[in-house]
Design a protein around this ligand. Structure first.
Ligand code: SF4
Ligand code: SF4
Length: 536
């Protein structure tokens, strides 16, 4: 579906317009093309034993639900209220102050009141009140409660798959209500009925079968890495043989599969291998744990745990000492917020110590995984690497804080420190759009599907607008980030809103500037483009 021109798209948004009807009366929901993903296919649900596996078409009146679907959802809410204290508290304590209302990128980009975090949560809260509170049972609609019927269920599906679980709203809530956590529970409830999207359920099934979202099989992963090494040899004259499934290696390296196949992630992947080769690091790739990301997290915590366990088991099998993780977003959310609850301290691994600098990564004491940006920043701080920054002189760089590593784990300084050490031209975007307050790319939490391009362009508008500011003011032409979803989602966003700005991972910038021992005179960057001053 063709998109309107950018100014037409955003020109229709009026954030101050009051709706003509009360929100509870705005049913049934209108399924606008470009705003909803295709429904999950039965074969993908069946593969991971999800309930009610069947094909369903979102715009069909009949969603082929089990007869007792309402009972299943209400029982599901009851179980989660008992299990998750946060969920129970978040259902009760919102005072509807509105501080979160205009903080969501989807509200800013669509003007749809149900995309205000407060109202998104209220969609589920109203059902909670009806079945679990005395006031809701007695006063019904007048007490903010409503029956769960098919129209309400469809509305839940539509709007909880228009939330990227980015948590920006939670930063502004005086009570600390995290609407992303409410979305996570709402999606779990929908999954009890087989109500997911195919863009999420497909990668989940792939990951369960092959270890990664893209369904890459071991021999393909091996030949892909080798193919990249051929390119590295052409560029640097250095032959790299990537270690794969090497038992007894000191470090297991895990990265999202997007870095193995998609442009520009592949350049980051080349960068990882160049960095580790230069250091002589004793590490290994794994063809079993071939995915750092976790689309299971967008279905249910149980599914997230099932997919995550392969990393844990592979670290055991290969007898490594600790793990380095690549540039990924939700991979880090899972590691930092859920891993220890699922598995407890990882006793069979050792507290990470850089074999190059001797730095003890105290912050990784418990879960034994170090982010590649932490690892690289430490190398730079110790003067281990040599750089020719002028190789990146054609780039004027800004940095997009990916929601999960920034808000989820506080990784704010390291990427900037690295970029400033390998590039001569760096400019941050305005303060209220970066670091903890960063705006989402508009495509996280499984929403990077092609069929919702309009929603993605609208949701990504606040981020793109901040990029446009530094593009026009400083000539920024490269948007760096440390997330594989960003590397996939930001290029079309930039092409739409800020043409002329390209997208890169941080490690690609490092590898371009890094002077490797024994390298030939470089004339090309990792994209096989001429380096500044080497143009013919
Ligand atoms: S900021 Fe918090 S308390 Fe205020 S409306 Fe939003 S969720 Fe409710
Ligand atoms: S978590 Fe992000 S996408 Fe979801 S409601 Fe909050 S700001 Fe919007």
């Amino acid at each position: 579906m063709a998109l309107p021109r950018p100014e037409e798209l955003i020109g229709t948004v009026n954030l101050k317009q009051m709706p003509s009807r009360k929100w509870m009366d705005m049913l049934p929901v209108e399924f606008k093309p470009g705003f909803y993903c295709y429904g999950a296919q039965g074969k993908n649900l069946e593969y991971v034993d999800f309930p009610n596996a069947r094909d369903f078409n979102v715009t069909d009146p009949d969603w082929k639900l089990p007869e007792d679907w309402k009972k299943i959802v209400i029982e599901g809410i009851k179980q989660r209220l008992e299990r998750f204290r946060t969920f129970h508290v978040f259902m009760d304590i919102c005072v509807r102050c509105g501080a979160c209302a205009d903080k969501c990128h989807y509200f800013i980009g669509t003007g749809d009141p149900k995309n205000m975090p407060v109202l998104r949560a209220e969609l589920l809260r109203s059902v909670y009140r009806k079945y679990f509170t005395t006031g809701g049972k007695i006063f019904g609609k007048y007490g903010g409660a409503r029956d769960l019927d098919l129209d309400v269920l469809k509305e839940l599906w539509y709007y909880f798959y228009q939330c990227t679980e980015c948590r920006r709203c939670s930063l502004f809530c005086p009570y600390g209500i995290d609407t992303a956590e409410i979305t996570i529970i709402a999606r779990e409830l929908l999954n009890l009925l087989g109500l997911n999207t195919n863009w999420i359920s497909g990668p989940v099934a792939n990951c369960y079968r092959t270890g990664n979202h893209l369904g890459i099989e071991p021999h393909t992963m091996k030949s892909t890495l080798e193919f990249m090494c051929n390119d590295i040899e052409d560029i640097t004259g250095i032959k790299i043989e990537p270690p794969i499934n090497k038992k007894g290696a000191e470090i297991l390296f895990i990265t999202p599969s997007g870095d193995l196949f998609a442009d520009p992630g592949i350049y980051n992947c080349m960068g990882y291998m160049m960095l580790f080769h230069e250091l002589g690091l004793d590490y290994t790739w794994s063809t079993f744990a071939s995915e750092g990301g976790n689309f299971g997290f967008f279905t249910s915590l149980e599914m997230a745990k099932r997919l995550h366990s392969k990393i844990y088991e592979e670290a055991k099998r290969l007898k490594v000492k600790w793990i380095i993780g690549g540039e990924c977003g939700h991979m880090w959310r899972v590691w930092h917020q859920y891993h220890n609850t699922w598995y407890g301290p990882v006793d069979f691994l050792e507290e990470p110590i850089s074999p190059i600098t001797g730095t003890k990564f105290e912050n990784a004491k418990s879960n034994k995984i170090v982010h590649i940006s932490e690892f690289t920043a430490d190398l730079i701080k110790h003067g281990v690497l040599k750089f020719d920054k002028s190789r990146n002189d054609n780039l004027v760089v800004t940095f997009h804080d990916s929601c999960n590593p920034s808000r989820g784990m506080g990784l704010l300084e390291e990427p900037r420190y690295i970029i400033k050490n390998v590039c001569n031209h760096f400019y941050d975007m305005p303060d209220e759009t970066i670091r903890e307050k960063t705006f989402c790319c508009g495509s996280g939490a499984g929403l990077n599907a092609g069929e919702i391009m309009e929603l993605r362009m609208r949701g990504g508008f606040p981020r793109a607008n901040a990029v446009r500011y530094v593009h026009e003011k400083f000539g920024v032409n490269m948007l760096a980030n440390i997330c594989a979803i960003d590397r996939a989602a930001l290029p079309p966003l930039m092409d739409y809103w800020v043409p002329g700005v390209r997208v890169t991972g941080v490690t690609e910038l490092v590898a371009n500037a890094m002077i490797m021992k024994g390298e030939k005179e470089r004339t090309m960057n990792l994209r096989m483009e001429p380096l500044p001053g080497k143009e013919e």
